[in-house]
Design a protein around this ligand. Structure first.
Ligand SMILES: *Cc1c(COP(=O)(O)O)cnc(C)c1O
Length: 400
């Protein structure tokens, strides 16, 4: 597999005096950014890059159906572009379902993939024609049976060990034994127990990292068959990676290899669905931000503190535990750099982006400088919105 170009200085710094050919920023984004002033952090998203990504991923995934995980970037422009490409959608909430419907997505192309759903939202989804629901618990099976009688249910399997950069283990899924019990229960209450799903973890840098989850899924699939459940749908979830500096296989080759691993285990009869989020949208976005302050806590300090106008609570939430390491570009090009602790602007001391592994930034960096945060098309605008995941913001009532 061919590797994409990696800049020598991981974590920082490329020139933007001239637009480099191998930049993560497209020529269109670059021209737009240069031509504008910004009075707040702004994400510039290139829909052509998204279309290119979709086609590469779809090419590699072959006959698998692609359900875009809306929460990664719920912009109507993104959903519209993917709809035009033929995508289906994975929704986490009633808000996301309604958003997809309002943009013309057919309800049978929307899966309600969150395993934790309000009963009234299940009823709503059912009433508008959504037919597929995820579950990983007994109460959820009863909720679905009551509010979406006869619906298709996909049981989510726990993935215990993930090599992903942003693991989604623990919170979602259940053990094999529990899944088998829920299959029996689902059938008993009149649901169509159609298959199983898992999420191997977000940002799986190599196809080989999928082996463990796929082996687990196959074991469960066979146990289900032995217990009399003729499953037909395998949902391999998301996890397709984006380029944050570490080398990655090309998108199409990566997806094709994952599908080869799936077919080697499950054969060609099984209907496969995938739910990419990050892998589709991350690389198409770049955030333009501003340096608010560069300081040293003491004249002798080796590290500078660099404060940006964007932080953990305004879009860069995935820097939590320094899990996702964004790359930065400044106007200082490849000038000499030094280690920086990078922090956001809010008055919360948790709003530090990178400290354990400081970021190399130009010594010439000053307050007022623009800084570009690369590959930020996924999980940025959605995290910073009032209504993350399509859930309404906290309501309030003032008495008195
Ligand atoms: C978030 C999510 C996805 C997308 O994951 P990525 O790692 O961004 O591709 C897919 N499926 C489900 C159920 C999710 O919750």
């Amino acid at each position: 597999m061919r590797m994409r170009h990696v800049s020598a200085l991981t974590g920082s710094v490329a020139l933007f005096d001239a637009h480099p050919q191998d930049s993560a920023v497209s020529a269109r984004q670059d021209a737009f950014i240069r031509s504008r002033d910004f009075d707040r952090p702004t994400m510039i998203f290139d829909l052509d890059m998204l279309r290119g990504k979709y086609r590469a991923l779809a090419g590699g995934l072959g006959d698998a159906s692609i359900h875009y995980a809306v929460k990664a970037n719920p912009a109507p422009e993104v959903i519209g572009a993917l709809l035009a490409e033929g995508a289906h959608f994975d929704a986490a909430s009633r808000g996301e379902i309604d958003l997809c419907l309002s943009l013309g997505v057919a309800p049978e192309h929307i899966a309600f993939g969150n395993t934790i759903k309000r009963a009234a939202d299940i009823a709503h989804a059912h009433s508008v024609g959504v037919r597929q629901f995820a579950a990983d618990a007994e109460e959820e099976i009863y909720k679905i049976a009551e509010n979406a009688p006869g619906a298709r249910v996909i049981l989510r399997m726990l993935v215990t060990a993930s090599e992903a950069d942003w693991p989604l283990t623990r919170k979602f899924g259940c053990s094999h034994r529990e899944a088998l019990r829920l299959m029996d229960l689902g059938r008993a209450v009149g649901l169509d127990v159609a298959g199983i799903s898992f999420h191997a973890g977000s940002q799986m840098r190599e196809p080989a990292m999928w082996a463990g989850a796929l082996d687990g899924a196959l074991a469960l699939w066979e146990e289900a068959r032995d217990a009399g459940h003729a499953l037909r749908v395998l949902n391999i979830g998301g996890g397709f990676p984006a380029f944050y500096g570490d080398p990655l296989p090309e998108t199409r080759a990566y997806a094709a290899e994952v599908m080869r691993m799936v077919r080697a285990r499950f054969g060609t009869e099984v209907s496969v669905m995938a739910e990419p989020g990050r892998g589709l949208v991350a690389e198409a976005g770049v955030i333009v931000a501003e340096v608010l302050l560069v300081s040293r806590k003491d004249d002798d300090d080796l590290h500078r503190w660099v404060f940006l106008d964007i932080g953990k609570f305004s879009g860069l939430a995935e820097t939590m535990d320094e899990a996702i390491r964004y790359q930065f570009e400044t106007r200082h090009g490849d000038a000499e750099t030094g280690p920086c602790i990078l922090a956001g602007p809010s008055c919360d001391s948790a709003d530090v982006l990178y400290e354990k592994r400081p970021v190399q930034l130009p010594l010439a960096l000053r307050s007022g400088d623009r800084i570009r945060v690369l590959c930020t098309g996924a999980y940025t605008t959605s995290y910073s919105s009032v209504g993350f995941n399509g859930f309404p913001p906290l309501d309030s009532v003032f008495l008195g």
